[in-house]
Design a protein around this ligand. Structure first.
Ligand code: NAD
Ligand code: UFG
Length: 339
């Protein structure tokens, strides 16, 4: 049995990945400090799987606790989802972001080295490409200085991982650059549950649909795109979760630094998303145009062919699957997870 420590495993992407790890025959252990997750998610995961998944409450910055976890469990690899991820918040509290994300990854990697665990998968982001010079983005597209502390923590951790892999070349280091994760598990039992008013498009759409918010503001309709709104590569969270399984299958115990874009390769505009979402709910979702949001890139979508060729992974879920599953989750849980 291959055991994978899933830090941040109670969060949005982590919880979906835990399900797919079990489905693929891996044994996950969730390690989460519940800063941005509710304990209810654990019950939901167990209901979906029909069995219990082990969970340890802890912080990735807690070296002593990690020492105990690695001593008491035979851990073959780590997937690190633990981190803070709100762009605006990171501008207001940069030190917390560098501490939680960069220092957290450093402490975690130190514990792994100490316990001779040399398989690491990191949740990176398309944010490392900044405002792209051209699209689609390949893994060789240049990294840019990020436009916010959150984004910069991703760039910094990527460099730290690569440098560690040079120093310890028996390490298998996997950097997965996610595009825009949306959607939810088919069961409607787990999904995205942001604190406060959502910053991201899809949870905003779902909360308007269930009446928690009045209408969507579309940030900017004068961009140089087909309809004036920004273009993103939205990817279903279950496809993303399966990307981690594929990365484990191909990269476990394979020394090197393996970098993959996880996206669909298709860009949709904000208006495309509103249209697709309106189709899922059966009426036109209330929306209006508003000024541009500072820091938004115009157009960002992946060339996912490296992951296809090397990992045999492709995203198969459609835009209709993404909107339907997002809405289904929110409809079943209008107030998210309630503890
Ligand atoms: P999330 O907030 O739902 O999940 C993160 C989890 O980590 C939460 O359960 C939180 O409680 C936990 N956590 C935070 N700090 C911790 C710490 N110090 N120790 C232990 N646990 C801690 O976020 P998500 O959307 O699932 O994102 C997971 C990862 O993917 C993050 O690193 C995020 O930056 C990255 N990512 C997310 C997106 C996105 O749009 N959702 C895009 C690109 C990359
Ligand atoms: N948008 C709106 N109205 C909203 C929310 C979003 O019009 O209420 C638009 C944005 O302007 C953007 C698109 O919808 O054009 C997507 O916005 P998201 O916030 O959902 O996604 P981003 O691509 O802007 O953000 C992503 C990740 C972040 C990451 C960021 C880096 O979700 O984690 O890329 O640029 F930091």
């Amino acid at each position: 049995m291959t055991t994978i420590l899933v830090t941040g495993g109670a969060g949005y992407i982590g919880s979906h990945t835990v399900i797919e790890l079990v489905n693929a025959g891996y044994e996950p252990i969730i390690y989460d400090n519940f800063y941005n997750a509710k304990k209810t998610v654990l019950k939901r995961i167990n209901t979906i799987l029909g069995r219990e998944v082990k969970c340890i409450e802890g912080d990735i910055r807690d070296a002593q606790k990690l020492d105990l976890v690695f001593s008491q469990n035979k851990i073959d690899g780590v997937i690190n989802f633990a981190g803070l991820k709100a762009v605006g918040e990171s501008v207001k509290m940069p030190l917390e972001y560098y501490d939680n994300n960069v220092n957290g990854a450093r402490v975690l990697l130190s514990a792994m080295l100490k316990h001779n665990c040399k398989n690491f998968i990191f949740s990176s982001s398309a944010t490392v490409y900044g405002e792209p010079d051209s699209v689609p983005l390949t893994e060789n597209s240049p990294l840019k200085r990020a436009n916010c502390p959150y984004g910069q923590t991703k760039v910094d951790i990527e460099y730290m991982c690569q440098e560690l892999q040079v120093a310890h070349n028996d390490f298998s280091m996997v950097l997965l650059r996610y595009f825009n994760p949306v959607g939810a598990h088919k069961s409607g039992l787990i999904g995205e549950d942001p604190k406060g008013v959502p910053n991201n498009l899809m949870p905003y759409l779902t909360q308007v649909a269930v009446g928690r918010l009045k209408e969507l503001s579309i940030f900017g309709n004068d961009y140089p795109t087909k309809d004036g709104t920004c273009i993103r590569d939205y990817i279903h969270v279950v496809d993303l979760a399966l990307g981690h399984v594929a990365a484990l299958k191909h990269c476990l115990n394979k020394p090197g630094c393996h970098i993959y874009n996880l996206g669909t390769g298709t860009g949709y505009s904000v208006l495309d998303m509103v249209k697709a979402f309106s189709k899922a709910i059966g009426y036109e979702l209330p929306h209006k145009f508003a000024p541009r949001r500072a820091g938004d890139v115009v157009e960002c979508y992946a060339d996912p062919s490296k992951a296809k060729n090397e990992l045999g992974w492709v995203a198969t879920r459609t835009l209709d699957d993404m909107t339907f599953d997002s809405y289904n989750w929110q409809k079943n849980n209008p107030n998210g997870y309630e503890d």
